[in-house]
Write a protein that binds this ligand. Structure first.
Ligand code: ZN
Ligand code: ZN
Length: 134
């Protein structure tokens, strides 16, 4: 009865904010209803972040599917992301080569797209930017 309206439970997330939340929701729905491959997602359903922000987590090296994985070495590959240029590189932690496979190319595509989406989300949050774009 006497709960005041002062505390909002929906504190904005430090990175991504509303755009990230909207993307997560859209991709959750697309995965569920439209059969979107989880590997084509640019927002991570596990970590609730942009993919490139958590792709280094062990959860993203998937031996079964070959994502972030070097088949030749049977080892996890590392991902380096340059947020400024949008460059994403996958390198095997053992042979230091780029494990070129359909799965790793798919991972690269999704990572690059997530860098672009996050950059756009940052722009969206600047009111003066939006005014200028009109
Ligand atoms: Zn993740
Ligand atoms: Zn290797």
């Amino acid at each position: 009865m006497s709960i005041s309206a002062q505390a909002s439970p929906l504190a904005p997330s430090p990175n991504g904010g509303r755009q990230l939340t909207a993307t997560l929701r859209r991709e959750d729905a697309a995965e569920e209803r439209a059969g979107l491959s989880p590997h084509d997602r640019i927002s991570c359903p596990v970590h609730r972040r942009w993919l490139y922000q958590c792709v280094s987590s062990p959860a993203h090296a998937i031996r079964v599917t070959g994502h972030r994985w070097c088949r030749e070495c049977d080892a996890a590959a590392a991902v380096a992301v340059d947020e400024l240029t949008g460059a994403v590189v996958v390198t095997c932690s053992r042979c230091l080569r780029v494990p070129d496979s359909a799965a790793n190319r798919q991972l690269l595509r999704a990572c690059r797209a997530s860098v672009v989406a996050a950059r756009q989300a940052r722009h969206h949050r600047q009111p003066w930017e939006t005014r200028l774009a009109g």
